[in-house]
Structures are given as C-alpha cells and as structure tokens.
Design a protein around this ligand. Structure first.
Ligand SMILES: COc1nc(N)nc2c1ncn2[C@H]1C[C@H](O)[C@@H](COP(=O)(O)OP(=O)(O)OP(=O)(O)O)O1
Length: 165
C-alpha cells in the first residue's frame, strides 16, 4: 500500500465566526487555516487534535467532534495525506498566536479569506461550517491547481472514515 501522512485540523466556532491562523512556516506557509498537524507515533487522532490546537492557539477544546476526512493526492507526489477534520464550540484557555500560526483571527462565516487559503478549502469548508459529516478526495496537479475533487456528505462520521482506511 502507498504511504500516507496523517494529520488533524481543528476549527473553533463562536457565534457565527471561526478561528483561523496564518501559517508562518512549512506546509501551507502564508495561508489561513484551522489548527492542526501531524499525528505522532502512538498518538490517537483526537489526542493529536487536542495537542495541536493547544500548541498553535493556546486553547483547549472540551467537545471536539470529528466531522470529516480529507484525502489529498498530488500528481507530483507518491505519498497521500489524510486530514481528520474536527470542530468545537466549547473551549477554554488564553487565546494566543504561536510561532506556527500568527496572527490568529475570528472570521465571520461570510468573510472567510478563501483567496488566501488552500484552493480546496472553498469546496468543503461550507459543510464543516454547517456541522455536516463529509469526506473530500482532492487531487492536485500542481501546488495550486486541483485536477479532481469529490466531496460527499453523510449522515454520520463512519462513512467518511472509510476514506481514511
Ligand atoms: C493540500 O491541501 C491542504 N488543504 C488544507 N485545507 N489543509 C491542509 C492541506 N494539507 C495539509 N493541510 C493541513 C493539515 C495540518 O493541519 C496542517 C499541516 O500541518 P504541519 O505540516 O504544519 O504539521 P505540524 O506537525 O504542525 O508541523 P511542524 O513539524 O512544523 O510542527 O495543514
């Protein structure tokens, strides 16, 4: 089986707004996104989501809910990426930017800066914002061009998780 990289991505929500951070380094540098990163060896998916959220914006979520799975492939890479997407609207702690995500900012749902985000975001963020369960299979032909994208909505997370298998 081809190798895969596993990631989490968390979105905090508050009164019609979502917290995003501007990535300062590495994958997605210069783009706004939720908070997340690579799942470490032996770490559960949800523990990674909690850890990355705390490290990147200082907040601890108490009702993390997995809504989706995004599978990324690229014509110029052997390895696929699986991103487990979570949301939470209950959290505590001191909201602060980090070395990796700076600045961080609450965006109204109608004001999300899609032009300064990964191009696939606009295809599945609306489902995530509506708390729908979904999967997205996205194939890039260049770093900024999508060749194929299949977005599906489900009644539970179980079907979406099949994309991660
Ligand atoms: C390719 O398209 C992507 N689109 C979107 N919307 N998000 C993506 C895409 N590829 C990766 N991501 C997400 C997944 C993760 O949440 C981050 C990348 O995590 P990173 O590589 O920064 O992982 P860390 O463990 O935090 O890395 P460090 O070693 O730098 O701490 O982007």
């Amino acid at each position: 089986m081809a190798t895969r990289k596993l990631f989490t991505l968390v979105f905090l929500k508050r009164q019609g707004s979502v917290l995003l951070g501007l990535k300062t380094r590495g994958l997605g540098k210069g783009l706004w996104n939720g908070f997340g990163g690579k799942i470490e060896d032996g770490e559960s998916v949800v523990n990674c989501a909690r850890r990355e959220l705390r490290e990147e914006c200082g907040l601890m979520a108490s009702d993390l809910k997995q809504l989706g799975v995004v599978k990324y492939e690229a014509d110029f890479e052997e390895c696929a990426s699986i991103v487990h997407v979570f949301t939470s609207s209950k959290f505590e702690g001191e909201e602060k930017a980090s070395e990796e995500m700076n600045p961080i900012k609450w965006y109204k749902y109608h004001d999300i800066p899609y032009m300064q985000m990964w191009p696939d975001s606009v295809s599945w963020y609306p489902l995530m914002l509506q708390e729908k369960f979904f999967s997205a299979h996205v194939i890039y032909s260049t770093e900024s061009t999508i060749r194929e994208s299949i977005i599906q909505e489900y009644g539970s997370i179980n079907n979406a998780l099949k994309l991660a298998q």
